[in-house]
Write a protein of this length. Sequence first.
Length: 142
Amino acid sequence: MACPYFYPVERRTPDTDPRSAMLPLGGTWTGLCRAGTAVAKPEEKCQSALCSLGYARGVCARFPTDDAGPDAVRFAITREQPNSLHLYYVLERNHQPFAHGKLEYSLPSGQVAGMLSAETLQRQAEAYVASYLLRKKEASVR
């Protein structure tokens, strides 16, 4: 589960640890923190331990203390079609579902079909799909 404020920018390469596929975004990513009023680049240690894994409330100095929103985001591919991938996302708070929904990723455009109002969630979904497609490609080469 990624932090709901983590905006993934770039997949880390090389990502040789096979366990990274189990991470919420399907791999390790660098990115920005969009908590609060100013966007910031968290320290490497923070990105690995908090941004990538979520549940940073009370631990991360940037996580809003008065926030009544989610603590983490989780994704899953539910269906694969020739031109699209269907995803399901769950926002969690206190390890319980907070909100959820379905997304469709267009393979030709490389974007979530239909703009989401939550830009960070949209970018996280795109990062998750990018990790998924890379793992799938690597598996087909073996």
